[in-house]
Design a protein around this ligand. Sequence first.
Ligand code: HEC
Length: 113
Amino acid sequence: MDHAKGSATNGRRRIARLGILALTLCGPAAADPPGLAAEIERCAGCHSNDGRAASLPTAGRIAGQNREYLQYILRQYRLGRLQGLNGGLMTNAVRHLDDAQLQALAQYYAGLP
Ligand code: HEC
C-alpha cells in the first residue's frame, strides 16, 4: 500500500520533471544570451525570418542546416577568413558576437524547418 503510494508520488515527480525539461527545451530558452532576439532580427534582414534567404538569395539557406557546420562557418566569418563574393557582409554581421551568441544562433537556425 505504502509502496504503491510511493511510486504514484514518484510518478508525479517524474512528470513534473519532464514538464520542466520540456519548458527548458521548447520555451523561450531562458539560457539564451541577452540580445539574441535582436540579432536574429538583423540576420533576418538578409536571410529572411525563415532562414531561407528570400530577402537576399545569394545568402543561401541556413534553416535546418547542421548545427556544427553553422557554428563552424560563423566562426570563420567572424575571423574574416571567408572573404569571397559577399563574405565581408557576413564578417560585419558577426564580428561583435561572442562564442555563446554564435552557438545560440547556430542552434536556432539548425532548429528551423
Ligand atoms: C547584410 C546581409 C547579411 C546579414 C545581416 C547576415 N548575413 Fe549571413 N550571409 C549573407 C550573405 C550574402 C552570405 C553569403 C556569403 C558569401 O557569399 O560568402 C551569408 C552567409 C551566411 C552563412 C553561411 C551559409 C552557407 O551556406 O554556408 C551563415 C551560416 C549565415 N550567413 C548566418 C548569418 C547569421 C546567423 C546572421 C545574423 C547574426 C547573418 N548571417 C547576418 C548576408 C547576411
